[in-house]
Design a protein around this ligand. Structure first.
Ligand code: ZN
Length: 255
């Protein structure tokens, strides 16, 4: 059966001298692995389309008893030059697609997550956007879509209202400053306020939020720990190491 669908490219592995095996996250069929024959030959333009982060339209021959499907052709839905030309943006873009890859199962459609993915990548490609805010928005929305919503108001132990706190190591939930024993992160009042603002905003309204430089890093660290704790597969996202290094560098620059 010939299938036509839009897709986000998650990963590519060279296969033989001229071909690629790609993992793509399709709108209609979820995560699919495809073989793209001969696309690395000189003059072939499809190879450049099959780069992680790209948003493409694709046609492939599908056989349900086969693990790898065969590419027919591909075109761009959206090119992301601003992501590709900025080291920070490409690191975040690669983290986003690797997170989607690790958080999802093969051949299981996740239309809401697919939409979140390309819409966030579109924003990451927009130079007027604060890319850290976009990334924090992605982590929070991903967590909700996968069924885990952090309670940012009340301590998960004593239920009192929180203005600062940390993560309980056993439940992975937020606890207030009194209930916290050992936490990988301590969230101060500003981080709580910023997190609450991000959770209340639509992606298109993210731009209306003005933040102090570096105030976004603790919320991102929290979302990183929270999603890694709750969503299966996210403990092994290699590109998140690069994101963490980037955050540390940015922090050191300003102190
Ligand atoms: Zn408490």
């Amino acid at each position: 059966m010939l299938i036509a669908t839009n897709a986000i490219v998650l990963k590519r592995i060279p296969y033989s001298d001229t071909s690629l095996i790609c993992r793509i996250f399709t709108e209609d069929w979820g995560k699919v692995t495809i073989l793209a024959k001969g696309v690395l030959r000189p003059k072939n333009v499809t190879g450049a389309l099959l780069e992680p982060v790209n948003h493409i339209h694709i046609q492939y021959y599908n056989k349900s008893n086969r693990d790898i499907q065969i590419l027919k052709n591909a075109n761009f839905v959206q090119q992301y030059p601003k992501i590709r030309n900025d080291l920070s943006r490409i690191i975040l873009g690669l983290a986003i697609v690797e997170i989607i890859d690790k958080a999802t199962l093969d051949c299981n459609p996740y239309p809401v997550l697919y939409r979140l993915g390309w819409r966030v990548l579109d924003k990451l490609n927009d130079e007027t956007q604060n890319f850290w805010l976009v990334f924090a928005f992605f982590l929070y929305q991903l967590s909700i879509r996968m069924g885990f919503m952090p309670n940012l108001k009340n301590c998960s132990k004593c239920l009192s209202e929180m203005s600062q706190g940390g993560i309980d190591n056993y439940t992975g939930e937020l606890v207030c400053a009194k209930c916290v024993t050992q936490s990988q992160i301590l969230l101060e009042e500003n981080s709580f306020t910023l997190l609450q603002k991000i959770t209340g905003l639509h992606l298109d309204d993210l731009q209306t939020l003005t933040i102090e430089k570096n105030s976004i890093f603790n919320p991102i660290r929290f979302l990183d720990i929270f999603t890694s704790f709750h969503i299966e597969g996210l403990k092994r996202v290699r590109s998140m190491e690069m994101v963490r290094n980037l955050i540390n560098e940015e922090n050191n620059k300003s102190t």
